[in-house]
Design a binder for this molecule. Structure first.
Ligand code: SF4
Length: 390
């Protein structure tokens, strides 16, 4: 397991995207398309002989020098890191870039890619906020077909429903395996740390899905064999890190402070579709649309008037048998921070204990967070134990 985790860590944090570029060089007609958080239906690119590569910023591994000049100071860190990666040529060899419509910062980033002349195409992709198939669904289909046309112009491949069905199959397998790994960790979080699991899932953002499926199968086999010793830690949900990613050391810090992270929204795109996309239909694009409209997880970036996120968070809390919630959001992240009062008042109304802090992808000091999470953990253990018996 240690070797596998090390391999995944190297892949996940390789800011040169070596494996993706190598994959492209192995055959003619292959295309690399980078996509920003949170979610993008990677099946579409896969079916067009492409690899959709998740771009999550430079984290704490890229010093920002010129990226600051492109943005005002009061925004999150991730886009500055991405600009730094662009300027240093990390995305050379990528043909396309997709920017899902999650916030103004990402929209502006798509404009900067255009200005800098990156790739053959740059698309700011609107996702439907109307969840009726004949309105939002039709709109979403048009958005996806536009990407197909962009790739087709590059490699000459025509869209094929059969190939898209094959791609849906292989990504469904990835969804099932990912959920299995999360499920195993939820059931026995002492078998693998949240940070190690994070690296394993994140590796899937930058390598071919078939290779990631093989890794996940091996992880599941090893987890089923592992035993480990449960420790005296509380079980927590971590909410708010759906886009800019916390440094790995921050995830470790939370666990070292006495919290098992049993559910989180790190890398939310990898588990965006709840369940599977229908396979083998005559209209595979329609199947992807249907999954998005009716089986998406909750997120700050989705207008969810008919299915409010606070209730979905409470359900997740209950299913995870959690003891508390940690709200951890990137500094200056409007979508996350606008949601927090709603989610926190749901916690207040349901006697759920929580703490809250902000981070940035290159945060380097964890002492305060460790003390906060440690105190949170201790107080819950004390309250649920001795204090509850008084
Ligand atoms: S971290 Fe928040 S503000 Fe920054 S790009 Fe992501 S969603 Fe937008």
């Amino acid at each position: 397991m240690d070797q596998l985790i090390k391999k995944c860590e190297n892949l996940a944090f390789d800011l040169n995207f070596t494996r993706a570029k190598q994959w492209k060089s192995e055959a003619d007609g292959r295309v690399l398309v980078g996509y920003m958080p949170i979610y993008f239906p990677r099946e579409i690119v896969h079916s067009m002989n492409g690899l959709a590569v998740g771009i999550l910023g430079g984290g704490d591994k890229k010093q920002i020098i010129r990226g600051d000049a492109y943005y005002q100071s009061y925004i999150c860190n991730m886009p500055r890191g991405i600009i730094e990666l662009v300027l240093d040529g990390h995305f050379d060899g990528f043909e396309g870039f997709l920017f899902p419509s999650i916030c103004d910062v990402i929209r502006n980033l798509s404009g900067m890619f255009r200005v800098l002349g990156k790739g053959t195409f740059v698309k700011y992709m609107d996702f439907p906020q109307n969840f009726q198939n004949h309105i939002g669904g039709e709109f979403y289909k048009t958005e996806m077909m536009e990407i197909v046309e962009h790739i087709s112009k590059i490699n000459g491949l025509e869209f094929s429903p059969e190939r898209l069905n094959d791609s849906i199959r292989v990504y469904n397998k990835n969804r099932v395996l990912t959920n299995t790994v999360y499920g195993l960790r939820k059931a026995a979080p002492w078998k693998i740390t949240a940070a190690d699991m994070y690296a394993i899932i994140r590796a899937g953002y930058v390598i071919p899905v078939e290779e990631h499926n093989a890794i996940l199968e091996e992880v599941i086999r090893l987890l089923n064999e592992a035993e480990g010793e449960p420790m005296d830690k509380i079980r927590v949900l971590v909410i708010g890190a759906f886009c800019e990613q916390p440094p790995l050391a921050l995830i470790r810090t939370i666990e070292q402070a006495g919290c098992y992270i049993v559910e989180d929204d790190f890398l939310l795109g990898s588990k965006w579709i709840q369940g599977e996309v229908d396979e083998g239909t005559d209209d595979p694009i329609g199947a992807i649309v249907d999954a998005y409209l009716h089986r998406s997880t909750f997120s700050s970036t989705v207008y969810d008037v008919d299915d409010p996120k606070e209730f979905r968070m409470l359900k997740l809390y209950e299913e995870s048998e959690a003891d508390g919630v940690i709200f951890a959001a990137p500094s200056f992240c409007d979508p996350a921070l606008l949601d927090h009062p709603i989610l926190q008042s749901a916690c207040d109304n349901n006697d759920i204990r929580y703490i809250s802090f902000l981070f940035s992808e290159n945060t380097g000091q964890f002492k305060v967070i460790k003390e906060q999470a440690g105190t949170f953990s201790d107080s819950i253990k004390l309250w649920d134990g001795e204090m509850a018996g008084i």
